[in-house]
Design a protein around this ligand. Structure first.
Ligand code: ADP
Length: 235
């Protein structure tokens, strides 16, 4: 048995006096899996992502990513975890508009201490493999939403993360651009990248993941092959 990429055990998290955001969530994701976390607004999806990224800690339970107990990391350790072990893609891209596309992509590697020449080389490779190398010298504001999300994916992959986390990656895109980004995530997974996509979009779950975990009121209510998700079960 290889070490799972993600192991959540009995994770609970509650903010202030609100209802629990997560209740006794246990989940194992193998290396190389692509998993969608599907659920309505407020169901606990972002809380789950934040715990995996080390942006937050559970009240009880354990969070292990790539063999590392993320719930036990201090601030510095959590920052290093995010820099080296996870890549994150967001709904609104979170690119720096003052920098060129190439400099956005290079940034995580530079922060991790990679030399300029090597970082430039890696960024150029990624931009080419993602089909956006012709935009390397422009600023992200000049690009379409779909192109910007490709840049964000390149940036997320820069430090060769064990785990790619995507939070509603198609939420701000039109249908065609959304399908493009979804196809890109599927391709990355086919190459071995472990991917967790948080979404309330059933079509996205079906098109780029093989397994879907449904979450409601902070609990996992369903864990099924994504192809078994019938469109009419959307809710
Ligand atoms: P989702 O991502 O599925 O929309 P969230 O994980 O953001 O759900 O939220 C789950 C629950 O936790 C909600 O009731 C939300 O209001 C609450 N919550 C999330 N983040 C915070 C926070 N920083 N402070 C207080 N309550 C929060």
């Amino acid at each position: 048995m290889t070490t799972p990429m993600i192991e959540l055990r009995e994770v609970s998290r509650r903010y202030d006096d609100g209802p629990p955001a997560l209740r006794h969530v246990s989940l194992t994701v193998r290396s190389g899996e692509a998993v969608a976390v599907l659920g309505p607004s407020g169901s606990g999806k972002s809380t789950l992502l934040n715990l995996l990224a080390g942006l937050d800690r559970p009240d009880t339970g354990t969070v292990t990513v790539a063999g590392v107990r993320v719930d036990e990391l201090g601030e510095t350790g959590a920052a290093l975890h995010r820099r080296n072990r996870v890549g994150m893609v967001f709904q609104f891209f979170n690119l720096l508009d003052d920098l060129t596309v190439a400099d956005n992509v290079v940034l995580p590697a530079r922060l991790a201490g990679m030399g300029r020449a090597e970082a430039d080389r890696r960024a150029a490779e990624l931009l080419e493999s993602l089909g956006i190398d012709r935009h390397a010298r422009v600023h992200p504001g000049r690009l379409s939403g779909g192109e910007r999300q490709r840049v964000a994916v390149a940036r997320a992959l820069m430090n060769r993360p064990a785990l790619l986390l995507a939070d509603e990656p198609t939420g701000a895109l039109d249908t065609a651009a959304g399908q493009d980004v979804s196809g890109l995530l599927a391709d990355l997974n086919a190459e071995g990248q472990t991917v967790v996509v948080v979404t309330h979009d059933l079509a996205l779950a079906r098109s780029c993941t093989s397994r879907t975990v449904r979450i409601a009121d902070g609990r996992i209510t369903e864990d099924v092959p994504s192809r078994n998700l019938a469109p009419e079960t959307a809710r």
